[in-house]
Design a binder for this molecule. Structure first.
Ligand code: G3P
Length: 217
C-alpha cells in the first residue's frame, strides 16, 4: 500500500521524506490555511522534496474555472495531481483533465456510488473520507471495502486512496480492506513505528550487548 502524508507543512514533509517511506502527499485548502504559507511556493517545495504524486486542490465550483485552476496547478511540477470535489462539475473537469493526461484525485467521497461515478470519469485516485464517516456514526471502513469490491468487479483502474485517517488502526484496516494508498496525518505516520514490545526488546538487547564489553565498529 502506498503511504501518502496528509499535510501542507513543508518543513514536516521534508523531514518525513528522509524516511524513504513516503510515496506522496495530499493537501487540501484547510491544510494550506493551517500552514500559513503561499500555496504555490509550498507546492513547489513539496514537489521538489517528494518525487511521488502531490495532490493540489482546486477551489472553483464550476467546471470551466476548475479546469483553469487545475491546468495552472499542474504547471507547478510534473508530479502534481489535481484534486477535485465529488460534484457534477468536479467529475466533468476530472474527465477533461484525465483526457489531457493530467492525473486527478476526486475528493470528499462518502458513498460507493460516488466512487463509481469517479471511476467512470477516469479519476486516477478516489478519496473516501473514512474518519469523517466514523465521526458521524457510520462505518468508514465498510465504504473502503465496498469501493474495492466494485472496482475489482468492473476492473476500474482508479486507485482507492483512504483519506481522513485518524489512527494506526485505520491504516491497518485500510490495508486489510485493499486500499491502494492511505493518506496519513504526520502524527499518525509517526505512531506506525511504535510498539511497546519493540522498545522493551531493544532496551534488553542493548543492556545485554553492553555487558559483553564488545563493539561492532
Ligand atoms: O485530505 C483530506 C482528508 O484526509 C481530511 O481529513 O481529518 O480533515 O477529516 P480530516
Amino acid at each position: 500500500m502506498k503511504i501518502f502524508i496528509d499535510s501542507a507543512d513543508v518543513t514536516e514533509l521534508k523531514a518525513l521524506a528522509a524516511t524513504g517511506l513516503v510515496d506522496g502527499v495530499t493537501t487540501n485548502p484547510s491544510l494550506v490555511a493551517k500552514s500559513g504559507r503561499n500555496f504555490f511556493e509550498s507546492l513547489k517545495e513539496i514537489c521538489a522534496a517528494i518525487p511521488g504524486p502531490i495532490s493540489a486542490e482546486v477551489v472553483a465550483q464550476d467546471a470551466e474555472t476548475m479546469l483553469a485552476e487545475g491546468r495552472k496547478l499542474r504547471k507547478v511540477a510534473d508530479n502534481i495531481v489535481v484534486k477535485l470535489p465529488l460534484t457534477p462539475d468536479g467529475l466533468k473537469a476530472c474527465k477533461v483533465l484525465e483526457d489531457e493526461g493530467t492525473p486527478t484525485n476526486v475528493t470528499l467521497c462518502f458513498s460507493a456510488v460516488q466512487a463509481l461515478l469517479a471511476a467512470k470519469a477516469g479519476a486516477t485516485f478516489i478519496s473516501p473520507f473514512l474518519g469523517r464517516l466514523d465521526d458521524g456514526g457510520q462505518d468508514g471502513m465498510e465504504l473502503i471495502r465496498e469501493i474495492r469490491t466494485i472496482y475489482d468487479i468492473y476492473d476500474y483502474r482508479t486507485q482507492v486512496l483512504a483519506a481522513s485517517i485518524r489512527s494506526a488502526n485505520h491504516v491497518r484496516d485500510a490495508a486489510l480492506a485493499g486500499a491502494d494508498c492511505a493518506t496519513i496525518p504526520v502524527a499518525v505516520f509517526k505512531s506506525l513505528y511504535k510498539h511497546h514490545l519493540t522498545d522493551a526488546g531493544l532496551e534488553a538487547f542493548l543492556k545485554d550487548w553492553k555487558a559483553t564489553g564488545q563493539s561492532i565498529l
